[in-house]
Design a protein around this ligand. Structure first.
Ligand SMILES: [Zn+2]
Ligand SMILES: [Zn+2]
Length: 183
């Protein structure tokens, strides 16, 4: 029994509208993310729900795709390491061209042009980039997160008056003497 690889949810069949300029179709799907979408510090986890709402419009040289991808990204606060959850609604767009992707139009952004084999639109790269640009470089649980105490690692948000007893100056003088001797 031959095992067919599971089709990627980002692969959208478009043969029915290919080479038929003026036709279009809407795609609205919800599926678990087949892989992490995002960066090392924050991303949509594998298996998390992803909503894809796009319209596919057949144009003379291919298919113009535009819409939105929505999901929830999970990451770690860059200051206090708490979990950060962020709703992502990223605009998705691109021209999937039947010709070799070449830029002969000044107004056309080359990064929005992708290859199209006449059968299937592969939205994975577009979605991946769209989500990544919506995510912060340093996720924060809240904009004014005070972070952790640099002495004991306590969360300063839980304990804003947090302080450490300063070592008696005589003791610290003695301590540095001992350290000097040891080194
Ligand atoms: Zn934080
Ligand atoms: Zn502390």
């Amino acid at each position: 029994m031959s095992q067919r690889p599971a089709p990627s949810p980002f692969h959208i069949p478009a043969r029915d509208i290919a080479r038929r300029p003026g036709t279009q179709k809407m795609v609205s799907e919800v599926f678990p993310a087949p892989a992490v979408l995002g960066t090392d510090v924050i991303g949509v986890p594998q298996g998390a729900e992803v909503s894809l709402d796009v319209s596919l419009e057949s144009v003379s040289d291919g298919i113009w795709v535009s819409g939105t991808v929505t999901a929830e990204a999970v990451g770690e606060c860059g200051r206090c390491l708490d979990e950060v959850r962020q709703q992502v609604a990223a605009p998705v767009q691109g021209l999937f061209t039947l010709d070799d992707p070449k830029v002969d139009d000044e107004d056309e952004e080359p990064e929005d042009v992708f290859e199209f084999d006449g059968e299937t639109i592969d939205l994975e790269e577009v979605v991946r980039d769209a989500v990544a640009t919506q995510l912060p470089f340093t996720p924060l649980c809240r904009p004014d997160c005070p972070g952790l105490c640099d002495q004991c690692g306590a969360r300063l948000a839980d304990d804003p008056d947090h302080a450490h007893d300063v070592i008696d100056p005589r003791w610290s003088a003695l301590q540095s003497l001992i350290e000097e001797k040891e080194s």
